[in-house]
Design a protein around this ligand. Structure first.
Ligand code: ATP
Ligand code: MG
Length: 254
């Protein structure tokens, strides 16, 4: 790993980038995953590289939705496995969700590398590994629609961090409630999901774990209220306004 001095103004962002690069070197991350990270970084820059109030509200709604779910599943791709394997496992334990390895760019070798990383970090059961148990989501082309019968296919709530728009749409069409982490409030995934956390997954995941812990004692009715009070379209608009305000501040002539 390249040595990044702590004093560097973009140290955190560079460290995240390094995780992706070593994930790529270790066969977890696809080339396209590196590009997706770049797209995310640009939005992170515009958002001010911190968790804003709108993201905090989305995190609370996501926690309530996950605690209320009967069969929650977290979808893991190469970028997530490279960026936050420990945290994604902790989240799955906290909300009693299954983990499924589900790749946009299907590749058996990469899938095995991701499974190895998750196992190294303490996971016992990972779905999406047994082809005899796979089935297809309708509405998208062949390679990208494979899901596990006992995982995403059977789930009521699915967490799909850093997901593609077509697949998010297919999950919605299949009747799933979709939660995503996506730094771009304009992406099709952001616009299609039920709850979009517009924040870097590396920051927001810890907050989702702690919020889920905090809300475990709440009753069904109180969780329902948190969910129904949340409006994803409004939340996305708030994120766009945040970007606009940040840019306006920077565009002021001294
Ligand atoms: P869509 O298909 O939803 O319109 P897209 O084609 O622009 O999106 P994809 O590569 O399909 O982009 O999806 C990856 C998404 O993940 C992008 O919107 C990107 O901004 C976001 N992203 C990348 N890295 C991170 C990260 N570390 N945290 C949160 N979001 C991220
Ligand atoms: Mg896409």
């Amino acid at each position: 790993m390249t040595l990044i001095p702590k004093s560097h103004p973009r140290a955190k962002s560079l460290l995240i980038r390094e995780k992706l690069v070593s994930g790529f070197d270790n066969g977890l991350v696809a080339k396209e995953g590196l590009l997706a990270q770049g797209r995310g970084e640009a939005f992170d820059y515009l958002l001010g590289e911190k968790t804003n109030q709108a993201a905090k509200r989305a995190i609370k709604a996501a926690a309530a939705q996950l605690l209320q779910a009967q069969k929650p599943v977290i979808s893991v791709n190469g970028n997530v496995a490279a960026l936050c394997p420990k945290e994604i496992i902790r989240l799955s334990k906290q909300i009693k969700a299954k983990l499924e390895v589900n790749l946009f760019y299907t590749n058996e070798k990469r899938k095995q590398a991701i499974i190895k990383t998750l196992k190294k970090n303490g996971v016992k059961e990972i779905l999406g590994t047994n082809s005899a148990n796979s089935t297809k989501l309708p509405g998208i082309d062949s390679a990208r629609r494979i899901v596990d019968k006992d995982g995403i296919f059977a789930a009521d709530v699915v967490v799909v961090p850093l997901e593609d728009g077509d697949r998010t749409m297919a999950l919605r069409n299949a009747g799933k409630t979709v939660i995503t982490f996506d730094l771009n409030p304009l992406s099709r995934t952001s616009q299609t999901a039920n709850i979009t956390i517009v924040d870097n997954v590396t920051r927001a995941i810890e907050l989702l774990i702690s919020e889920s812990k905090k809300l475990t004692k709440r009753n069904e009715k109180s969780l329902e209220k948190i969910i129904s009070d949340f409006d994803n379209k409004k939340n996305l608009t708030e994120n766009v306004i945040q970007i606009k305000n940040n840019l306006t501040r920077r565009a002021r002539v001294a």
